[in-house]
Write a protein that binds this ligand. Structure first.
Ligand code: GDP
Length: 425
């Protein structure tokens, strides 16, 4: 069975934890979009592992991870990550494969990212790692791919053209010094030698694996509400984080995907700028942020926190075609006396049940809440649904009813063993 795991909110839902549980039933793990702006944190055997570009399921021995064509790769960041994981005993030499169609990030992308964000009237909240500008080059058809890096003549020419063009922008628009082509060429040739043993034809690799009956797990990064098309545009990432992205970003057909699992937190968070209807006011914000350790794995930025938003999650379930949902971080709500769930929005006299595409409406609207009793009991020790306090069971059942899909997994703590399966994937 081939499964896609996606974030059904604004990212950071705890996908890493769910992938870690699912990895035992998987052979090949695939990242299909985004770059090293993403970060999955997995706690296994008391140790914390953070993954940025490498599929997090590699924590399990004997698994192979593919960085698909839809990912944009900063070679320096990838090599660093491989070194870091290797030093902690994870086999990366054989286990990490890179699609030759993936695009490469260069220092001029990073520089552009920062300059553009600074000069924008309203900030998007980019991580400044060059990911957006790299995708811009991909769409503009001047991007440089891994296959180009492996061909010294093609690479030298493509890089030369790109440096000339980017230097024109730096000088004319930003009065910034130009970048040196020779320096970049030498640096990236060094990366090419080190990455070459990992490079594969990603499409062939996955199709051969499927022919052999291997099971694939596609790891979405970020979340549906950050998807370039289906998120809160323009406060989104530059790629398709939704399940459709798994096909285009890995080179497999929709018919190769058998299950889609949406991951939600028992509440909502978002990092960066943009509308967030159920955002808490100050006191609850501090409480949940501290209890849930809501600080970015990649940037350390504090996350904005709010109540569970069923309008958001339902939108995600439609777009991704989720068969089931995994609910994480239930324990973070353990101390709450009352828990609110947003069931719709109100825009003046108008009730809204579907997620609005218009950013103006989303900014203006107010959430309509349903209050449920809290359970005021620790849930971290529960090992099945029946062991959860009655009020927690009621809360989860209400989420299922509001979303129209069954819950397949519940997580009540950051440790590997603090998660249990509830039904079928
Ligand atoms: P991802 O990008 O969706 O994988 O999410 P992150 O890795 O950014 O954030 C998930 C964080 O929450 C990690 O630090 C996990 O260890 C932690 N986490 C995952 N599940 C739970 C849970 O059920 N309870 C608590 N308290 N922490 C969890």
């Amino acid at each position: 069975m081939n499964i896609v795991v996606i974030g059904a909110q604004w990212g950071d839902e705890g996908k890493g934890k769910v992938i870690d549980v699912l990895s035992e039933e998987t052979d090949i793990l695939i990242r299909y979009q985004g770059g090293h702006n993403a970060g999955h944190t997995v706690i296994a055997d008391g140790q914390e592992f953070i993954f940025h570009l490498i599929p997090s399921g590699l924590l399990h021995r004997g698994k192979v991870g593919l960085i698909g064509n839809g990912v944009v790769i900063d070679p320096e960041a990838l090599l660093e990550e491989m070194q870091r994981l290797s030093a902690r005993g994870i086999d990366v030499t054989q286990a990490v494969k890179i699609s030759d169609q993936a695009h490469l990030i260069f220092p001029y992308h990073k520089k552009l990212d920062l300059l553009e964000e600074k000069s924008r009237a309203g900030r998007i909240g980019t991580t400044g790692r060059g990911i957006g500008p790299c995708y811009v080059d991909k769409v503009a058809r001047c991007g440089i791919r891994v296959a180009d890096l492996c061909d010294p003549h093609v690479f030298a020419e493509k890089l030369r053209q790109n440096v000339i063009e980017k230097n024109k922008i730096f000088q004319a628009l930003y009065q910034e010094p130009p970048m040196s082509y020779e320096e970049l060429l030498a640096r990236y040739r060094g990366f090419a030698d080190r990455l070459a043993p990992h490079v594969v034809n990603g499409v062939r690799f996955l199709h051969e694996a499927m022919r052999q009956g291997k099971r694939l797990l596609f790891e979405g990064a970020q979340g549906t509400l950050l998807d370039l098309d289906h998120g809160t545009y323009p406060f989104v990432t530059s790629s398709n984080a939704t399940s459709g992205g798994a096909c285009t970003g890995a080179g497999v057909p929709p018919t190769a995907i058998h299950r889609v699992i949406g991951v939600v937190k028992a509440y909502t968070t978002r990092v960066g700028e943009g509308p967030f209807p159920t955002e808490f006011s100050d006191q609850l914000m501090e409480q949940i942020r501290t209890k849930g350790k809501e600080f970015g794995a990649t940037t350390g930025r504090p996350r904005r926190c709010g109540w569970f938003d069923a309008v958001v999650a339902r939108h995600a379930i439609w777009v991704n075609g989720c068969h089931s949902i995994a609910v994480t971080k239930l324990d973070v709500l353990d101390e709450m006396e009352t828990i609110q769930v947003c069931t719709g929005y109100r825009d003046g006299a108008t009730m809204i049940e579907d997620f609005p595409s218009n950013i103006g409406t989303l900014t203006r609207c107010t959430p309509v809440y349903e209050a449920l009793p809290g359970w005021r009991t620790e849930t971290g020790e529960a090992s099945c649904f029946e062991e959860l306090p009655a009020a927690a069971q009621r809360y989860l059942k209400r989420l299922e009813a509001l979303l129209g899909v069954p819950i397949c997994l519940i997580s009540t703590g950051s440790k590997r063993e603090q998660a249990f399966k509830v039904g079928c994937w």
